[in-house]
Design a binder for this molecule. Sequence first.
Ligand SMILES: [Zn+2]
Ligand SMILES: [Zn+2]
Length: 105
Amino acid sequence: MIGKTKLTLSINEQVRNDVQAVIDERSLTLSRLVENYLKFIIKPDMWCFKCGEKFCIQDVDRCPKCSYLICSFCSACRCVLSDEAAIAVFHSNKIYQHLLGGYLE
Ligand SMILES: [Zn+2]
Ligand SMILES: [Zn+2]
């Protein structure tokens, strides 16, 4: 088993102070939060909007027609959605874009 290592970060002081309230409220640790985020950056998972299965963003292809990621379980992409559903998916996926620093764009 791989052990733990120390990590020194320099972050915005206000952010550091504000996150402490969240950590206390949800009985988390800053180490766990940072580790979870780094794991997500290394191997970002996503849940298919159609079948709900989890797949890794890096493991799937993009549809040449709509350029959306193609689910490795049900092969769904933007092409199977109505315009209204596609808009909902597009806006929901902004959280991934935000967390991944624009990787999906
Ligand atoms: Zn699917
Ligand atoms: Zn498509």
